[in-house]
Design a protein around this ligand. Structure first.
Ligand code: NAD
Ligand code: MG
Length: 384
């Protein structure tokens, strides 16, 4: 029996992970966390007979403690850390959204606990240090992001020196094919309608701006130790091919499947075995055609900005990520236009040059400063 701790249990990935666990007799859930939705978290704790939960919001934690007698409720960022280091578990699934996921990533890997990582922001913000930590403690880091799960599986049987390129596929989001001018008018509602994946709000907006693919390029760079020149992005609107690798002998290998995050979640939680996931077999004839196009980095500057920040290295990806989190929040709140998102990120990067990161303790100050700068720029960029 593998004991799984789920962080971000009330979210899109967290809920799908609980579905995977319920269908699998070899997995059991031993702890859960969420930000604020204590009622849902208590409901999940009861359903999965979990005795420890953590809520990031102290008020929500107090409410949960009052109303739930089935176990212990931990509170705040410190409670989340305690949940990770004090719970007897075999693997942590980090499905928290945003750079708030970095602390738990570091806590799990630091304790030598295997980590199924959905929280790509951990690698964007502190990639070099996170990978060094995993190497140092011997903990396995298994990606949950569908493209990276695909790459992880494709790379598993290749020897060093045989892989020329990683090719990440992108759906293109709801605004694929639109020009920069057309994007000036898009609404929050339109941006939240993803054509192929159902996900949390932040990553859905990241998919619409192509920032999600930019974050994923940085994620791939760290996970697989691949140079940026050897990571390509191709738009593939059907989201059937999850990623590809190009090899030195002219072969290209691809990973295919219907878009369903339970597949990479199940892979990460069961690794190295594979368990059943209730999905119909891929029907290529029914699909008929798979299509591909180049990403438009002019209409969607977030991809370009993320790639540049990745190449600059050091604190640049952290600054870029913080500015993006602020800008996406502002867009969702009606304070910023869609095209204002890359503008805020670009301005923030301009005023905060890349410094090397030598230790995790340097990250929070940079993250805070970038958020403060980005908030100032949100106020200066016109809403429409
Ligand atoms: P979501 O918004 O649906 O859920 C986020 C979860 O994190 C919730 O349980 C929330 O309570 C918790 N949370 C939010 N802020 C927190 C904080 N400050 N401290 C502690 N917990 C906090 O998000 P999601 O779509 O499930 O995405 C989660 C992560 O997985 C993101 O990093 C995303 O990029 C990545 N991811 C998601 C998908 C997907 O299909 N949803 C696919 C690939 C990667
Ligand atoms: Mg992805």
């Amino acid at each position: 029996m593998r004991k799984v701790l789920i962080l971000g249990a009330t979210g899109s990935i967290g809920s799908q992970a609980l579905d995977v666990i319920e269908r699998n007799n070899d997995l059991m859930c031993v702890g859960l966390s969420a930000a604020t939705d204590w009622e849902r978290l208590v409901e999940l704790a009861e359903r999965h007979r979990v005795e420890r939960v953590a809520l990031a919001d102290p008020y929500a934690a107090a409410k949960a403690s009052e109303s739930w007698e089935g176990g212990e409720v931990l509170s705040g960022a410190e409670g989340l850390m305690r949940l990770v280091v004090e719970t007897d578990c075999d693997i942590v699934l980090n499905a928290i959204v945003g750079s708030a996921g970095l602390g738990p990533t570091v806590a799990a890997l630091g304790e030598g606990i295997d980590l199924a990582l959905a929280n790509k922001e951990s690698l964007v913000v502190g990639g070099d240090l996170v990978m060094q930590l995993a190497e140092g403690t011997g903990a396995h880091l298994i990606p949950v992001d569908s493209e990276h799960s695909a790459l992880y599986q494709l790379l598993a049987s290749e020897r060093p020196g045989t892989v020329d390129k990683l090719v990440l596929t992108a759906s293109g989001g709801p605004f694929r094919g639109q020009s920069r001018d057309q994007l000036g008018e898009v609404s929050v509602e339109q941006a939240l309608k993803h054509p192929t994946w159902e996900m949390g709000g932040k990553i859905t907006i990241d998919s619409a701006t192509l920032m999600n693919k930019g974050l994923e390029v940085i994620e791939a760079h760290h996970l697989f130790g691949t140079e940026y020149d050897a990571i390509d992005v191709v738009v593939h609107p059907q989201s059937i091919i999850h990623s590809l690798i190009q090899l030195n002998d002219g072969s290209t290998l691809a990973h295919l499947g219907y878009p369903d995050m339970r597949v990479p979640i199940s892979y990460a939680l069961n690794h190295p075995s594979r368990e059943d996931v209730p999905l119909r077999p891929l029907d290529l004839v029914e699909l008929g055609a798979l299509t591909f196009e180049a990403p438009d980095r002019d209409a969607f500057p977030c991809l370009r900005l993320a790639e540049a920040a990745g190449r600059a290295g050091g604190s640049a990806p952290c600054v870029m990520n913080a500015a993006n989190e602020v800008a996406v929040q502002a867009f969702l709140g009606g304070e910023l236009s869609f095209l204002g998102i890359p503008e805020v990120i670009e301005r923030t990067l301009e005023v905060m040059p890349a410094d090397p990161f030598g230790h995790f303790s340097q990250i929070p100050a940079v993250d805070d400063e970038a958020r403060a700068k980005a908030r100032e720029f949100v106020g200066q960029v016109p809403v429409r």
